[in-house]
Design a protein around this ligand. Structure first.
Ligand code: BGC
Length: 361
């Protein structure tokens, strides 16, 4: 259980920002001051709930997991129908697929969005398992029913191309997404006591053959590039050990291609708001370092994130510092306004990093 060191204001502030921005129904808003992020994502929320668990705020994570279950259970018939369409080789259309983000009341958003993303459901199963381990809460029958639906949905769809966690590249299969699904199914085995080993083995085989190029993991199949999200293969999913040579090469390439003085970028061609440094990814790299016993480097990452908070202790989604595509910053600024801040996921990753530095360093 986490003990807060006196004087870490950003840590306290981060926890408060998350609690203040959780809807009474359990949804975490991705960012309250950025209109297109006034929704709750399974992906962001799962990391946020984990951060709350590490800090012992179990009522918050519990509410979120129940909210997720109600979102899924309301769509149970749709999921059954989608799975039977896949089994009978019928084509799927958009209305067969679960959305990646929902209104706080659990309804689908009505705006156009890159909705077909699978990683969020995998990371939800992982986060739920962590919740059970840390809080020792027992799961309700509603949650277990939702878990069953998500498992079957992921087993049926894991090999279908979908948008990645950055909501881009819908026509390919992403290594982070596969890792999230695989880790989710492994977690689900513990939750349900059932065996999904044939799907897990198939995903792992695919990931470890098609997901590697030149001895490093890659962003998506047939790519030669890395993406910072590949850190997840080791931390937190533990699909690959921290000192595995392919993982080490991957981290080396991530550092070389994506780490600049202000922190970690998402991927080399990133043009969203010009492609700046993302505090949540800087924290993620810090987690890798902490797990690998590189504690000074982990603390450096923590400090880099801390310095990005504004005078009210709010962390943004990204920092427009060393931009990959300077011209694109203005495009996005004109379109959607200033960069999202606070971004709850950024705060969550800072909380997780603080916790793990305490535990591992
Ligand atoms: C990011 C997603 C994230 C969403 C809400 C998007 O810009 O690419 O990963 O889930 O914002 O924070």
């Amino acid at each position: 259980m986490f003990r807060m060191k006196p004087g870490n204001n950003l840590l306290e502030r981060s926890i408060r920002i998350i609690i203040e921005n959780q809807d009474e129904g359990g949804a975490y808003i991705a960012s309250p001051n950025f209109t297109v992020y006034n929704y709750s994502w399974f992906r962001d929320g799962s990391y946020i709930a984990y951060a709350m668990d590490l800090f012992g705020v179990f009522n918050s994570s519990w509410l979120f997991h129940n909210w997720c279950a109600s979102v899924i259970n309301k769509r149970k018939n749709k999921i059954i129908n989608t799975i039977s369409k896949i089994k009978s080789n019928c084509n799927l259309d958009q209305s067969d697929l679960l959305h990646t983000r929902y209104c706080l009341n659990g309804e689908d958003g009505t705006e156009e969005w890159e909705n077909f993303q699978l990683d969020g459901f995998g990371v939800w199963l992982w986060s739920l398992r962590q919740h059970v381990i840390i809080s020792k809460n027992e799961l309700s029958s509603e949650i277990l029913q939702a878990v069953e639906s998500v498992i079957q949905y992921l087993i049926a769809l894991w090999k279908t191309p979908c948008y990645d966690l950055w909501e881009e590249n819908p026509d390919t299969i992403h290594i982070y997404t596969l890792a999230s699904i695989c880790s989710g199914l492994i977690s689900a085995q513990d939750i349900t006591g059932k065996n999904y080993s044939s799907a897990i083995t198939a995903i792992k085989d695919f990931l470890f053959t098609k997901g590697i190029h030149n001895d490093h993991f890659i962003k998506h199949i047939n790519s030669e590039k890395v993406d910072s999200s590949l850190l997840a293969l080791s931390i937190p999913y533990e699909l690959v050990s921290i000192d595995n040579s392919v993982m080490k090469n991957t981290v080396g390439k991530i550092e070389k291609d994506l780490l600049t003085a202000g922190g970690l970028h998402r991927f080399r061609d990133d043009s969203y708001y010009g492609g700046g440094e993302w505090p949540l990814l800087t924290a993620w790299l810090g987690l890798y370092y902490a797990r690998n016993g590189e504690c000074n480097k982990a603390r450096e990452m923590k400090e880099l994130v801390r310095l990005k908070a504004d005078s009210q202790g709010q962390l943004p989604e990204q920092i427009p510092n060393e931009l990959f595509f300077k011209d694109n910053y203005d495009y996005w600024f004109m379109r959607w306004g200033p960069i999202a801040k606070p971004l709850l996921w950024s705060h969550a990753m800072y909380i997780i990093l603080c916790n793990k530095i305490e535990e591992w360093c």
